[in-house]
Design a protein around this ligand. Structure first.
Ligand code: CP
Length: 306
């Protein structure tokens, strides 16, 4: 691959190569000296046109752990506010001899557009409601770490599937790795095409939890909702929130995940988010190793062209 634009287009072999590379980098970031010189000759620009905590910090740390030179760009404090186009902005950054661009953008397809119009490797850090490939990779990597394998595991993704790039990328990734995948949420937040992706759809959270090994609880993406998809957050929580009483009534040890940011008390209660069954912080830790692997493998491509 010249770029990482989505999980769509990757093969299971590509993903396993990323995971095996991330295994090595996970060992590196747990050493007293957490740094390797692998990308010493590479400059990476992180350009974020949308808010981020985890993804932005995780990419930046991954780049620094690989000894890359790093520049950061946030649209809120840039000349984009003065009317500059995306291509002009990025070409100006590239004129400063940048090799790779990590971009988050609110418009689906923005990184694909960029990859066709600039001379740099592009990594999609989330494009609107479309894809968030490194999140899906770190999620499946975390399942593999916790349960030994992804193949054959039953994973339910719960909540606002309609507006979620995390859900779409996870569905592609989990299917490629041989998991059984279900989505669960209100009818209004499940896309009509869901079953055409080869996944199951369940509207009853209890039944979904009884079926699964892993529950990935998503945030309600109010910032992307142009109408009321359910009567109130309180009613959503009553039907689709995961709390201790529901969890304990299922009577088995489900692994609980969340991509963050977590809205505690809405899609998940604090006692479940902070429980031994939750791997939310392991997901964040694994994000650095996965992003190191992605950048390292893409940069290898740059070097092979030299
Ligand atoms: N999971 C995720 O993409 O979080 P951020 O929006 O904080 O980057």
């Amino acid at each position: 691959m010249d770029h990482l634009l989505g999980i769509k287009g990757l093969t299971a072999e590509d993903i396993n190569l990323i995971f095996n590379t991330a295994d090595n980098f996970k060992e590196v970031i747990n050493r007293p000296i957490k740094k390797v010189p692998s990308l010493r000759d590479i400059t990476i620009a992180n350009i974020f046109f949308e808010n981020s905590t985890r993804t932005k910090l995780s990419f930046e740390l991954a780049e620094k752990r690989l000894s890359a030179d790093v520049v950061n760009f946030a649209s809120s404090s840039s000349s984009v506010k003065k009317g500059e186009t995306l291509i002009d902005t990025v070409n100006n950054i590239l004129a400063m001899k940048v090799d790779m661009v990590v971009m988050r953008h609110p418009n689906p397809g923005a990184p694909h557009f960029l990859s066709k119009n600039v001379q740099a490797k592009v990594v999609n850090a989330g494009d609107g409601t479309h894809e968030h490939p490194t999140q899906a990779l770190l999620d499946s990597f975390s399942i593999r770490e916790k349960l030994g394998t992804v193949k054959g595991k039953k994973v339910v993704i719960v909540g606002d599937i309609l507006h979620s790039r995390v859900a779409i990328s996870n569905i592609y990734c989990l299917k490629l790795l041989g998991a059984e995948v279900m989505v669960c949420g209100p009818r209004t937040l499940i896309p009509k095409y869901a079953e055409s992706l080869g996944i199951m759809v369940e509207y009853d959270l209890r039944k979904a939890l009884e079926w699964c090994d892993v529950a990935n609880m998503l945030r309600i993406q109010l910032e992307r909702q142009d109408m009321a998809y359910f009567p109130s957050l309180r009613e959503y929580t009553m039907q689709y929130g995961l709390d201790k009483a529901l969890f304990e009534s299922i009577g088995k040890a489900i692994t609980v995940m969340h991509p963050g940011p977590v809205n505690r008390g809405v899609e998940i209660s604090s006692d479940i988010a902070d429980s031994a069954n939750s791997i939310i912080l392991q997901q964040v830790e694994n994000g650095v190793a996965i992003r190191m692997a992605v950048l390292y493998l893409l940069a290898g491509k740059i070097k092979s062209l030299d």
